[in-house]
Design a protein around this ligand. Structure first.
Ligand code: MN
Length: 255
C-alpha cells in the first residue's frame, strides 16, 4: 500500500512538472514528436507500420519485420498496459496517459521494472519504425541527411562519415541487448550513446539524457533471422533505410 502511494504521489508530481514545462514546446508539435498516448479505453495500442513488412528489403527482411512488429512490439504494448494497471489507479492513469508515454519515461524510476522495460519497449519501437523508410530500389543515390540535422552533424562530429563511424561503434559495442541513439542533449547539442535493454535517453535514470532523433535497435530479435550473429553487417545495411527527413523533423522540434 505504501509503495503504491509513493508511486502515485511521485508520478503526479512528475505530471504537474511536465504539464508546466512542456505545453509550450513538446505538446505543441504533435507531428514532430514521438509521444504515444493511450486510446479512449486508457490503453496503449500497437501502431501500424508506416510501410509494408517487405519495404526495407533487401536490408531488413520481411519475416524479421513482421515478427518484430506483430510479436515483439505487440508484447511490449500488452505488457505495458498490464504493468500500468497493476501499479497505478484508474483516475491517475487517465491523467498520465493523456500526457503520453514521455511523461511516464520522465518518471520511470518510480515504477517497477516491468513498466520500465515495456514502456521503453513501446516508445523505442514506435520511434524506430518511423525512423526508417521504404528502400528505393531504382536509386543508387546514397542515403544521407540534409537540412538542419546535416549541418548539426557536421558541427558535432566533423562530417557525415565520422558521425556514421561513431554511431556504428556505439551500436556495435553495446554489450547484449540495447539501443544506439543520436539525441539532443541538455546543452541542445547532438550526442551519440547507447542504452541497455529497452532503456532510452528520456528515462530519468538513464546514463545518457536527452531527446532521441535517431534510434537503432540492436537486440538480436532485430536481425538474427537474416544476419545471425553478424550485428555489424546489420548495422551497415541499416544506414540505407534511415528516414533522415523524420530525424531532421525531430531535431528541429527539439534543438
Ligand atoms: Mn526490437
Amino acid at each position: 500500500m505504501e509503495r503504491r502511494k509513493f508511486i502515485k504521489q511521485g508520478v503526479m508530481l512528475g505530471v504537474a512538472g511536465i504539464v508546466a514545462s512542456k505545453t509550450g514546446s513538446l505538446l505543441a508539435h504533435p507531428n514532430t514528436t514521438n509521444n504515444p498516448t493511450a486510446d479512449h479505453n486508457g490503453e496503449y495500442t500497437l501502431p501500424p507500420l508506416p510501410y509494408g513488412y517487405d519495404a526495407l528489403e533487401p536490408y531488413i527482411d520481411k519475416e524479421t519485420m513482421e515478427i518484430h512488429h506483430t510479436k515483439h512490439h505487440a508484447a511490449y504494448v500488452s505488457n505495458l498496459n498490464k504493468g500500468l494497471a497493476a501499479t497505478t489507479g484508474k483516475a491517475e492513469l487517465e491523467a498520465i496517459n493523456k500526457l503520453g508515454l514521455e511523461s511516464i519515461l520522465a518518471n520511470i524510476s518510480k515504477y517497477p521494472m516491468p513498466v520500465r522495460n515495456n514502456a521503453g519497449g513501446h516508445y523505442n519501437h514506435s520511434l524506430f519504425w518511423t525512423l526508417m523508410k521504404p528502400v528505393n530500389k531504382d536509386s543508387s543515390a546514397s542515403n544521407a541527411p540534409s537540412g538542419n540535422i546535416a549541418e548539426a552533424i557536421n558541427t558535432a562530429f566533423g562530417n557525415f562519415e565520422d558521425f556514421k563511424k561513431k554511431f556504428t561503434e556505439a551500436a556495435t559495442t553495446r554489450f547484449g541487448s540495447g539501443w544506439a541513439w543520436l539525441y539532443v542533449n541538455a546543452e541542445r547539442k547532438l550526442a551519440i550513446g547507447s542504452t541497455p535493454n529497452q532503456d532510452n535517453p528520456l528515462m530519468d535514470m538513464a546514463d545518457i539524457k536527452g531527446t532521441p532523433v535517431l534510434a537503432l535497435d540492436v537486440w538480436e530479435h532485430a536481425y538474427y533471422l537474416h544476419y545471425q550473429n553478424k550485428r555489424a553487417d546489420y548495422i551497415n545495411n541499416w544506414w540505407h533505410t534511415v528516414n533522415w527527413e523524420k530525424a531532421n523533423a525531430l531535431f528541429i522540434a527539439h534543438k
